[in-house]
Every structure is written in structure tokens, then in C-alpha cells.
Design a protein around this ligand. Structure first.
Ligand code: NAD
Ligand code: SIN
Length: 483
């Protein structure tokens, strides 16, 4: 397959050969060469050339092309969904929802662009004051595997709307959807060179880091994001928007409906087989009989989840993205157990192999040295605490701050949690995962660099230009200034 898209044309790619296997069947679903350094340089040069024209188009013209892109995505929604599911294993209902979100992103981004990066005009005694926003230039966009279409799309659409051009490096674990995006943009009339695509792994990603870019829009793991942040240290002229992971807490405190609480907790932890950045990793429960009841109800749900391939009926959880990820999940659970955790339900690799695992629930109360790390899979940790203050303290005992939640009927507890829990996405009686695209998305700590995405993506896609304007040059006066 073609690994490089430059100036509106696909090429084979001269970089390293790589393959992607469907984690459910083991079939090779993408095989080809990635982009080498020269091709990455050419992709950036193409984007730079296209920028001159694209940035100067009226905003309305860019919006029309993006709206057409949304329509073209909708026409390809089934193909997009199948490609995503085959590539990284999630269920078809989830991939369909991802495709729908990609289309919906256009309207949200247009509204956000107007509201957060629009224009302002006011009269002044010398003439007028104007606020406009200018694009940065060429944006490198790095995508993760878990939403390989929606998340890079969530950078690319607002970046293009603002007048930037893009070079997109899709995840090597889910490369297929980029082809459909390129087709949709071409059919929508996006000028050649405004979106270039360089497939590949670390080599290609590294070459893009070193190319002549004005911004880097990244969604992925904290370790990669920190590496990028260090790479650009001392270069404030390059805008970095880093959307990273979390070790997300969910407190459950005495809601009347134990089953509802267990539903919310299990969906928070096990949606997309735990491969959402906003999944709850740590469930915090009170000590005592009521907490035991909730833990049991959660375990019952973990035991009852249907697990299967994306094209099987009635599946809640697909496989993890790869066999390697399944091994990592088992090893992470083993580490929790070795440090004193108690398995309430073991995560196990399933007989059908590949990325298939069951969900795991480990009580880590009293365990020593549990690392503050995100395991990107269906491993839920449960922590039991004596009172609500301790619950908040445990919730905040993380370097991350992406999502969090409280399940409780008590308004006063919600007020306290809302004030004290340090998480960019903080929900009450709702799963931690499944964020609204019409709100900002991001959080403090290692979860990002305070450039939240989704509705606030408009902020990092343009810089403000403030002008005082007088039609004619007039004489100036000031105290002590010669007349
Ligand atoms: P990842 O960091 O491994 O990879 C993301 C992208 O960066 C890929 O395109 C990859 O090829 C590239 N990359 C990785 N290392 C690189 C290097 N050294 N040089 C150049 N390029 C490099 O992330 P992933 O495993 O694909 O995605 C899962 C992670 O993403 C999880 O940690 C999850 O929490 C996070 N995530 C965050 C959000 C968010 O919005 N905050 C959303 C989804 C996923
Ligand atoms: C993600 O981006 O990984 C998850 C977004 C969400 O479902 O909240």
C-alpha cells in the first residue's frame, strides 16, 4: 500500500517497510513502506507552499471546503468504521460512532473558530481597533491508535479552518483510516498540499519532528508527549499542543442505586477495552459492607462483558490493539499482585489469542509502591478508604489530571469534589469516558501542556493580532515631546 501522500498524490514510500495486523484475526490489513526523511521534508515543503494560498482565502471559503469534507466523510462512514475496527480491533458500533464524530467535528470547529478565534472591531478616537487571528503555518499532526480517525481529525479540521496546512503522521498501529480522510478532503476540493500524509513509525515521526514545522499537534502517550516537549525546549516559536493520558480516578460514595454505580464504573473502565485516555483506572470506594457490595457488583459486570471480534454480534469489548498490548496488560496486573494487590477478577488472555483479554479488577488497598502509571487496557484498580477526605486525597494522588468522576447522590459531596478534584474532565454520575466534543478536552499535570483540544482547539491553531488603525498619519503629542 502507499505510504506517502504529497501534493495530492500517493507514492509507495521509500522508508522502512511495516505491516499492521488485525488484532482479532492476525490478518495483515496494512502493509507498505513508510516515508523516509527526504519524503517527510518534501511533505513539509508541499504544505509550506500550499500555506501561502490557503491562509489568504477568506474564512468562509475554507469553511465551505471543510463542510464538504464532513459530507464526504459521512459518505465513507461505513468504510471508515470497518477500516478502524480491522486495524485496531474495536467494535463496529464504536467505530461507527467514531466516523460520525469525525463529520460532527466540522460544525463544532466552525462554531469554536468564530467564538474563540474570530474577529473583533471597535471604534476609537484615532480610528478603530481590530482583532484578527492568524494561522501558524505548517502543523505536524501525530495520531494515536485508539481513535485513529477522530483524534487527528480533531486537530486537522480546526488547523485547516484557521488557515494552517498539515502533515499528518497516522499511528502505525492503525494507518488505514488516513486513506479515507485523504480521499474525502480531495473530493471536498481541498487544494493540493494542504494535507500531506506520511505513514511510518518512530523514524518517520522523528524526521517530522526535525522538519521545518511551525506547530506540533499530538495525541498520544505521556512518555511520547514529554519526549516531544523536551525536543522543542528553547523553541517557543513552535506551538505544541500535547494531549496525553491519565491515571483517572472515580470515587463512588453512597449512591442509592448500587447497580447504577457499578454500571457507570464498569463502563468507565472497560469501554473500548480500556483503551480510552479518559477511562477510569482507579475506583475509590468506602471501607465497609456497602463498599463490598459495590465491588461485587463491579466484578459481576467485569465477568459478564461479551468479548469478541469487531464483526461479531453483541460485543462490548474487542481485543486490545496487539498481542504485545495483551502481554503488557497481564504483566501490569502481575506487578499489582506482586506488590500486594488482590485479584477480585483476573484479567486473562483468551484462548483465541491475538489481543484478546478479559477484564481485570484488582483491589490495591494497602498495597505498596503502586506506580502512578496508565495501563492502556481493561485493568481496574480498586482502593478502599475510610472517609471522603481520604477519597479526594487518593483521587488526586497522581501526576496526571485528565478525567475523574464522582458517583454520589449527595450534592454537598459533589460541590467538594468539583472544587478539589484535579481533572480536566470531571463528571458526576456519568462515566469518565465519552467526552463531549463541544467542550474543551484536556487536563493538568502530565495529561497535557495546557492546550486543551476539542472545542478549544481553535486556540492553539491561530495567534491573535491586535491592530490600532488610523486612516491617515497624524502628528503625535506627549508631555515633553517636541511640537
Ligand atoms: P503513542 O504515544 O505511542 O503514539 C502516538 C503517535 O506518536 C504515533 O503516531 C506514534 O508513531 C508517534 N510516536 C511515538 N513515539 C514517537 C517518537 N519517539 N518519535 C516520533 N513519533 C513517535 O500513543 P498510542 O499508544 O498510539 O496511543 C495511546 C496513548 O494516547 C494513551 O496513553 C492514551 O491515554 C493517549 N491518548 C490521549 C488522548 C487525549 O486526548 N488526551 C486521547 C487518546 C489517547
Ligand atoms: C479518548 O480520546 O481516548 C477518549 C475520549 C472520550 O471518550 O472521552
Amino acid at each position: 500500500m502507499n505510504g506517502v501522500y504529497i501534493d495530492g498524490r500517493w507514492h509507495a514510500g521509500a522508508g522502512a517497510h511495516f505491516e499492521n495486523k488485525c488484532p482479532a484475526t492476525g490478518d495483515v490489513v496494512w502493509a507498505g513502506n513508510g516515508a523516509d526523511e527526504a519524503e517527510v521534508t518534501a511533505a513539509v515543503a508541499s504544505a509550506r507552499k500550499a500555506f501561502r494560498h490557503w491562509a489568504h482565502l477568506p474564512q468562509g471559503d475554507r469553511s465551505v471546503i471543510l463542510e464538504r469534507y464532513g459530507e464526504e466523510i459521512a459518505k465513507r462512514a461505513d468504510a471508515i468504521a470497518e477500516t478502524v475496527s480491522r486495524d485496531m480491533g474495536k467494535t463496529l458500533w464504536e467505530s461507527k460512532s467514531e466516523a460520525a464524530t469525525m463529520k460532527a467535528k466540522v460544525a463544532v470547529s466552525i462554531a469554536a473558530q468564530v467564538e474563540r478565534a474570530g474577529t473583533k472591531y471597535s471604534k476609537a478616537d484615532f480610528g478603530s481597533s481590530h482583532l484578527t487571528h492568524r494561522p501558524h503555518g505548517v502543523m505536524a499532526v501525530y495520531g494515536p491508535f485508539n481513535f485513529p480517525g477522530h483524534l487527528p481529525n480533531g486537530h486537522i479540521v480546526p488547523a485547516l479552518l484557521a488557515g494552517n496546512t498539515c502533515v499528518f503522521k497516522p499511528s502505525e498501529l492503525a494507518p488505514g483510516v488516513a486513506f479515507h480522510m485523504a480521499e474525502a478532503f480531495a473530493a471536498a476540493g481541498l487544494p493540493e498540499g494542504c494535507l500531506n500524509i506520511v505513514h511510518g513509525g518512530r523514524d518517520t515521526g522523528g524526521a517530522l519532528l526535525n522538519a521545518d514545522i511551525d506547530g506540533l499537534l499530538f495525541t498520544g502517550s505521556a512518555s511520547t508527549g514529554v519526549f516531544f516537549h523536551k525536543h522543542f525546549a528553547g523553541r517557543p516559536e513552535v506551538i505544541l499542543a500535547l494531549e496525553m493520558g491519565g491515571n483517572n480516578p472515580l470515587i463512588i460514595w453512597d449512591p442509592a442505586d448500587v447497580d447504577a454505580a457499578a454500571d457507570i464504573a464498569a463502563q468507565s473502565a472497560f469501554l473500548t477495552s480500556g483503551q480510552r485516555c479518559s477511562c477510569a483506572r482507579r475506583i475509590i470506594l468506602p471501607e465497609g459492607a456497602w463498599g463490598d457490595q459495590v465491588a461485587e457488583a463491579i466484578v459481576a459486570r467485569a465477568e459478564g462483558l461479551t468479548i469478541g471480534a469487531w464483526n461479531e454480534e453483541g460485543i462490548f469489548m474487542g481485543p486490545l490493539v496487539s498481542e504485545r498490548a495483551a502481554v503488557n496488560a497481564v504483566e501490569f496486573q502481575d506487578m499489582l499482585l506482586a506488590r500486594g494487590g488482590r485479584a477480585l477478577k483476573r484479567l486473562e488472555r483468551l484462548e483465541r489469542g491475538g489481543g484478546f483479554v478479559s477484564a481485570g479488577v484488582v483491589d490495591v488497598t494497602g498495597a505498596a509502591d503502586i506506580p502512578d502509571e496508565e495501563l492502556f487496557g481493561p485493568v481496574m484498580q480498586i482502593v478502599r478508604v475510610a472517609d471522603f477526605d481520604q477519597a479526594i486525597e487518593r483521587a488526586n494522588a497522581t501526576r496526571y489530571g485528565l478525567s475523574g468522576g464522582l458517583i454520589s447522590d449527595d450534592d454537598a459531596l459533589w460541590v467538594k469534589a468539583h472544587q478539589e478534584m484535579r481533572a480536566g474532565i470531571l463528571n458526576r454520575n456519568r462515566p469518565t469516558a465519552g467526552a463531549s466534543g463541544a467542550m474543551p478536552f484536556g487536563g493538568p499535570g502530565l495529561s497535557g501542556n495546557f492546550r486543551p483540544g476539542a472545542y478549544y482547539a481553535a486556540d492553539y491553531c491561530a495567534w491573535p493580532q491586535a491592530s490600532q488603525v488610523s486612516d491617515k498619519a497624524g502628528r503625535m503629542s506627549a508631555v515633553g515631546f517636541p511640537k
